[in-house]
Write a protein that binds this ligand. Structure first.
Ligand SMILES: C[S@@+](CC[C@H](N)C(=O)[O-])C[C@H]1O[C@@H](n2cnc3c(N)ncnc32)[C@H](O)[C@@H]1O
Length: 261
């Protein structure tokens, strides 16, 4: 059963829901993640509740798609169908082999795309996200997934927590289940010339920020993980906290640095 724990509300972000759309799911999300429901706002960046889905939108860019978590959308379904240990370096980096599937804490869960791959390949996944708006998007995506699908793989998502391993108010020792692997993918400044990141994703990256404190994550993650910590980095990026991993696996644009614990 999916468990949600709430710690701190960070952003005073509002959810715009026009008349008649306020329903228990939205109210529960707003209460859990410290969101204020309004009918309209002058805030450029806000959450929008539209057709029973939560999305992050930018008022000044009306043509830009909203950012939402859609585990059953066309892109996610296509991605999930390609998934195999052979194809997914991330799966090998966390230690999947033969019948072994580690329990992974995705400690920088974001929009849950990497968690989706790990859950699809058969790992039990616990997600941790510190940004309240992003955690709300994830929670909404997971709820819609559970309402729409009975597939067995969705039971691999075993928890969503709002908080951070490096926040004083998050008592990870008493809150999180024991995990084999901690997976980290903090936001890294993109190269100016970097290839087409969709505009809406650029807005998302601007909203979340550069995760400047990510170096601190590594030492805590090593204490949390029973087996290994895996850090995803762009191929041009330094090691997290300048610490050389035990080994790295490389994909086209990324490196997965593996620290055995
Ligand atoms: C690059 S995104 C992760 C993308 C994710 N791997 C995916 O597949 O969608 C980084 C996310 O980690 C979150 N984050 C960064 N540092 C964190 C921390 N110390 N604790 C929890 N979440 C963190 C950010 O708020 C952001 O949503």
């Amino acid at each position: 059963m999916l468990e949600t724990i709430v710690l701190v509300a960070q952003n005073n972000i509002v959810v715009v829901a026009s008349d008649g759309q306020q329903q228990p799911r939205l109210t529960a999300l707003a209460q859990t993640y410290g969101l204020t429901i309004v009918e309209q706002t002058s805030d450029d960046l806000h959450l929008l509740w539209l057709e029973d889905k939560l999305q992050l939108v930018q008022q000044s860019q009306p043509k830009q798609a909203g950012v939402l978590v859609d585990f059953l959308g066309a892109a996610a379904t296509y991605r999930r169908k390609q998934v195999s240990i052979k194809n997914e370096i991330i799966a090998r980096a966390v230690g999947c082999k033969n019948n072994e599937r580690p329990l992974v804490l995705d400690a920088t869960a974001g929009l849950g795309r990497d968690s989706l791959v790990l859950a699809s390949v058969g790992c039990a996944v616990v997600m941790l996200e510190r940004n309240n708006a992003v955690a709300a998007l994830l929670a909404d995506g997971l709820t819609r997934l559970q309402l729409a699908s009975q597939d067995a793989w969705i039971n691999n998502f075993i928890g969503l927590y709002h908080g951070s391993l490096i926040s004083d108010c998050f008592d990870w020792q008493n809150t999180l289940p024991q995990v084999d692997v901690v997976y980290l993918d903090p936001m890294y400044p993109h190269k100016k010339k970097s290839a087409a990141v969709k505009k809406e994703m650029k807005a998302f990256q601007g909203f979340v920020g550069a995760d400047e404190d990510s170096d601190q994550l590594l030492s805590v993650a090593k204490r949390v993980a029973q087996q290994r910590v895996v850090v995803k980095r762009p191929d041009y990026a330094d090691y997290l906290n300048q610490q050389k991993p035990d080994f790295s696996l490389e994909s086209k644009k990324h490196r997965f640095d593996v620290y055995l614990t």
